[in-house]
Design a protein around this ligand. Structure first.
Ligand code: GLP
Length: 263
């Protein structure tokens, strides 16, 4: 697992945006096949999305040959609800870049048959050629996408029940009321994410420090689903000084030494 430590979330967000942009351009230079990008919601990726938008507007990057798959969506929240992940992605990214509408994939939390919707999502990822890079965030309890503690590390796209902790953390988007947060969500599985050719996780701020310590130094465990990244051949965590703050000093020094050696 590669750990990139930046001074703050702004620097980390820019690093991720430029890294992904380089990957998109690198694939475009060698093939006409689309770049398949997995995307998260949450406050964490906002700086990276803002930089994508800036780059597209400046003519430095194009999403015309990019296919996206979002990680998750609430169940039974109307698509147009301001807090649906569909709304979030359109307001914060898709409405401002040159992506083709038909290339955007977001789970439909209002599908008549949710299990069939999940199975079709997995098939659509395979049909697109698999995910080149899955960008993700992490919950305070170490969850990746909506794979709450005790999700199998080989789980696939499915409906899940959110923990009380997640309902409380996400209540900030629902007037501070945990009861207003949908209790279920659809999410790609840990296995779905780990099947990607590359996984890039963003984690900023001290609230994520315990999750990162567990995922990086702890055992691979369904209690902290981000720890599944330990088993991925190309997994990277982009963090800041606050979010890396709970790992051992020796681990921190080693990550810094690796980065310095690669420069
Ligand atoms: C939700 C999302 C996750 C996201 C997490 C952290 O649980 N399902 O994909 O990583 O929130 O959100 P934030 O980036 O706002 O801290």
């Amino acid at each position: 697992m590669r750990i990139i430590i930046r001074d703050n979330s702004k620097e980390g967000s820019l690093w991720a945006a430029h890294y992904i942009a380089a990957k998109i351009k690198e694939k475009a230079a060698r093939t006409s096949e689309p770049f398949v990008l997995g995307l998260p919601t949450g406050s964490t990726p906002l700086g990276t999305y803002a930089e994508f938008i800036r780059m597209v507007k400046a003519g430095e990057l194009s999403f015309k040959n990019v296919i996206t798959f979002n990680m998750d969506e609430y169940v039974a929240l109307p698509r147009e609800h301001p807090e649906s992940y569909w709304s979030f992605m359109h307001h914060n990214l898709f409405d401002h870049i040159d992506i083709k509408k038909e290339n955007v994939h977001i789970l439909n939390g209002n599908a008549p048959d949710l299990a069939a919707e999940c199975a079709a999502y997995e098939k659509a990822i395979v049909a697109a050629g698999g995910i080149d890079l899955f960008l993700g965030g992490v919950g305070e309890d170490g969850h990746i996408a909506f794979n709450e503690p005790f999700s199998s590390l080989s789980s696939r796209t499915r409906v899940v029940t959110l923990t009380q902790d997640t309902l409380e953390v996400n209540s900030r988007f629902f007037g501070g009321d945990p009861n207003a947060v949908p209790k279920q969500a659809m999410t790609v599985g840990v296995g779905t994410v780990l099947d990607s050719k590359e996984v890039l996780i963003l984690a900023f701020g001290s609230k994520k420090a315990r999750a990162l310590q567990a995922a990086i130094e702890g055992p691979m465990s369904h209690y902290c689903t981000l720890s599944g990244l330990q088993n991925h051949p190309a997994g990277t965590i982009v963090c800041d000084e606050d979010s890396i703050g709970e790992v051992k000093v020796s681990s921190y020094r080693y990550f810094k030494a690796v980065e310095a050696a690669e420069k």
